[in-house]
Design a protein around this ligand. Structure first.
Ligand code: NAD
Length: 327
């Protein structure tokens, strides 16, 4: 029997499952099968993005599950994200349309501005994973392009399906990697309330004020890279290689042993119990299953605090200089 994941209601009124499958670095060759397997296991939420380069394959996996009668389109929550080179209004519309067509599911449930930085336009066919912050040869970071976030936000508002805009193909919109000042700014002109803020969130980077700000403003938080350094080992990240894996910290290990769960499940529950949505990535079916089943037990307040006390404000997903988003 597939596990049924609880959902949270977004500001848009739509429901979003609290555990999803994040597909950054899921290879194109295996992505369709892995997404299909995830849905078979019970996943109803897939977190993708233009820059992951695997939306078409992920869409194939979802469509196979729909064709086989495992799910209906409306049972699955699909997120995608607008990449930095397409922040100008017409480019944002063009990219969103291409991304929606790549998934091939009729609409996107959630569309996020991936990073609060605008870079010069690069034709779509020239931009291939992982050369996303820089040119194809990865020799120089793509220059900034002056597009205010207000223009980009307005552009994605125009994609939302409403009574007045029946041809819109996006249900909810939001932002990712934004911090306080820009969120306040967006809130000052948004005609459609941001539903989601997606941020790096794990015990080495807890960002409690940012999470409080989101909550106070009815913005649901999705945490990414819940396992901290783990994802960045795959990228040969220098700090990720030297810091203790979160799975091996006493705080996480002792709670896992006490509950008879894996350290990964404890880290995911540490988020979801506080209302933070998680989108762990795995290329293994066994881990996909384990991650999905992470909401079936509860941590005590003390256990949550014990894990949160690991915070050292350590960010792994920090773009290369001269892009200094988190300065
Ligand atoms: P993650 O924390 O999900 O870690 C993935 C790593 O942990 C992989 O090496 C995987 O093999 C391993 N793993 C998975 N399950 C495990 C388990 N149960 N036990 C032990 N190891 C396990 O990291 P991530 O992929 O960086 O983040 C998750 C998703 O978040 C991404 O796939 C993507 O969708 C999203 N994301 C978004 C942004 C953004 O800028 N908005 C940035 C990074 C990631």
């Amino acid at each position: 029997m597939a596990v049924k994941t609880p959902t949270v209601k977004l500001a848009s009124g739509y429901e979003m499952p609290i555990v999803g499958f994040g597909i950054w670095k899921v290879p194109q060759e295996t992505c369709a099968d892995q997404v299909y397997n995830a849905i078979k296991l019970g996943y109803r939420h897939i977190d993708g993005a233009w820059d992951y380069g695997n939306s078409a394959e992920a869409g194939q996996g979802v469509r196979r599950a729909i064709e086989e009668g495992i799910v209906k389109r409306e049972d699955v929550f699909i997120t995608s994200k607008l990449w930095n080179n397409y922040h100008a209004r017409d480019r944002a519309h063009e990219m969103a349309k291409l991304e929606n067509e790549a998934w091939g599911l009729g609409y996107l449930d959630l569309f996020l501005i991936h990073f609060p930085v605008s870079q010069e336009f690069i034709p779509y066919e020239q931009l291939r994973y992982p050369a996303f912050w820089s040119d194809k040869e990865q020799t120089k970071v793509t220059p900034f392009k002056q597009v205010p976030i207000q223009e980009t936000w307005k552009a994605i508002e125009e994609l939302v399906q409403t009574k007045e805009n029946p041809n819109g193909f996006v249900k909810s919109i939001g932002v990712s990697n934004f911090q306080a000042q820009l969120i306040y700014d967006v809130l000052s002109y948004a005609k459609i309330h941001p539903s989601v803020l997606q941020i790096e969130h794990h015990p080495y980077l807890t960002q409690p004020d940012l999470i409080a700000l989101a909550r106070e403003n009815n913005i649901t938080v999705t945490g990414y890279s819940t396992f901290g350094p783990q994802s960045f080992l795959e990228m040969d990240h220098a700090v990720a290689k030297t810091i203790k894996p979160l799975f091996e910290t006493d705080a996480v290990k002792s709670v896992a042993t006490k509950h008879g769960k894996s350290p990964g499940q404890v880290l995911l529950r540490w988020c979801t119990q506080r209302g933070i949505i998680v989108i762990p990535k795995s290329n293994s079916v066994e881990r996909l299953k384990q991650n999905l089943e992470s909401s079936t037990f509860d941590l005590s307040e003390d256990e949550i605090k014990q894990i949160s006390a690991l915070n050292v404000n350590l960010r792994f997903n920090n773009p290369p200089a001269p892009i200094r988003i988190f300065a």
